[in-house]
Design a protein around this ligand. Structure first.
Ligand code: OAD
Length: 238
């Protein structure tokens, strides 16, 4: 295992196909809270109440309010140097780069990333719980079928969007380097993408200031925050 940014930069230069899996840590330096850090969302709130169908059915107002609050945080902060570095990597590797994110805050897109596979949905849209119709306004009932509108995010116990996840799996199988950045790698099936990439022969690089359950699987661990490590790695000014 190596911790050397220069070594990884050399491997990146040789790579024909790059995949990146990001998690909440990538947005931490923008001011968006993570989930499992000591001050994370799941230390203060109950995922059963706020991120499950049972919780939504029991108290839809509370759930909608919580997501509206998270949306207002996401839309009022700015992408950070880590997001911008990944957008730059896409620009320089057009067609051979896939960004897979578990984040729902849209900060990658606001930094200029164009093809983002959002495996956990996003906070900006609402979706009809009955017919799947998507809107970006605050209507409570679906205009198509009058079903209840809910945040277009994946809750515990729910399937990931199939086409998006299939594209993510394809990228994981086909890449020769995968960066696993700012994620605890504890939530499946998203975390499984990193294991899949390794199984299919990719070099795995973790970027995280803290060890994770996945760290020992990685070939290289760059210890540091994404806003500090990624610009060094990708060679853009922070
Ligand atoms: P977690 O909160 O589980 O993990 C955040 C990770 O980011 C941790 O490993 C931290 O060490 C790391 N971290 C913190 N600050 C960082 C920084 N500045 N730079 C880089 N890394 C940093 O978040 P996720 O792994 O994204 O699911 O969580 C996965 C899923 O669990 C989320 O998508 C969400 C949640 O329940 C849904 O909402 C469906």
């Amino acid at each position: 295992m190596s911790n050397d940014v220069d070594t990884v930069r050399g491997i990146l230069r040789q790579a024909r196909s790059i995949a990146v899996l990001t998690g909440a840590g990538v947005s931490a330096e923008s001011g968006v809270p993570t989930f499992r850090d000591p001050d994370g969302l799941w230390a203060k709130f109950s995922p059963q109440e706020l991120a499950s169908m049972e919780g939504f059915l029991a108290n839809p107002e509370r759930v909608r309010e919580w997501y509206a609050h998270r949306r207002s945080i996401a839309t009022s902060v700015e992408p950070n140097a880590g997001h911008y570095a990944l957008a730059e990597l896409e620009r320089t590797h057009e067609g051979t780069f896939t960004l897979i994110t578990q984040n729902v805050d849209r900060l990658h897109q606001r930094a200029g990333s164009r093809n983002v596979l959002e495996v956990h949905g996003n906070l900006i849209e609402n979706r009809c719980n009955d017919c799947g119709h998507i809107r970006t306004d605050d209507r409570l009932d679906c205009v198509e079928c009058l079903g209840p509108m809910r945040p277009n995010v994946v809750w515990f116990g729910e399937e990931l969007p199939q086409d998006v996840f299939a594209a993510a799996e394809q990228a994981a199988r086909g890449c020769d380097i995968m960066f696993v950045i700012g994620t605890s790698a504890e939530v499946w099936p998203a975390a499984g993408l990193a294991y899949t990439a390794k199984q299919y022969g990719a070099t795995i690089v973790e970027v995280n200031p803290n060890p994770t359950v996945f760290s020992r699987e990685a070939h290289h661990v760059l210890v540091g925050t994404s806003a500090s490590v990624l610009p060094q790695l990708i060679g853009v000014a922070s």
